[in-house]
Design a protein around this ligand. Sequence first.
Ligand code: ZN
Length: 191
Amino acid sequence: MPVLQEVLAANQGYAASFTKGGLALPPARQFAVLTCMDARIDPAKALGLSEGDAHVIRNAGGRASDDAIRSLVISYKLLGTREWFVIHHTDCGMELFTDETMRGLLASSLETATIDASGWHDVGQGPGSPEGQFIDWLTIANLEQSVVDDVGRIRRHPLAPRRIPIYGYIYDVKTGRLIEVPAATKAGAAG
Ligand SMILES: [Zn+2]
């Protein structure tokens, strides 16, 4: 079955037994999670979330981009979250390239690139686009450091209140476990 039909059929099944229509808009458990879009992470299962419990903000890498911070600010200012988690993960795709790599691949073509032992290769037909050079791809060179950096950036942000603790973790895609990054949690301590 094509993906579109699969998704619509799954939704029909979900809606058929849906009982959560009365939930309040603000997250009931008053916390937010910033994590990677990686398909292997299911925040609801891994973190014990039900509908209505928490905000989950996802992007490539779970990075503290301007847009992630926009969401976190809305999350506390209008919707009352009181604790934030930054969760990066092992084997993240953001560790596998640099800005230069991505910009080169996009300049070459807009087809999906391939990777092998010698790195990324563009195999598609051109043309590509030079627009990639204007995006900071927020790649990850060191996993623990990226958690520390992102927690620190959020902590220092003038729109992030000091009273909100920010916890830094790495999710292990092999075991499903959360591993604390103590330096990040320290950097994110409430003041
Ligand atoms: Zn990732």
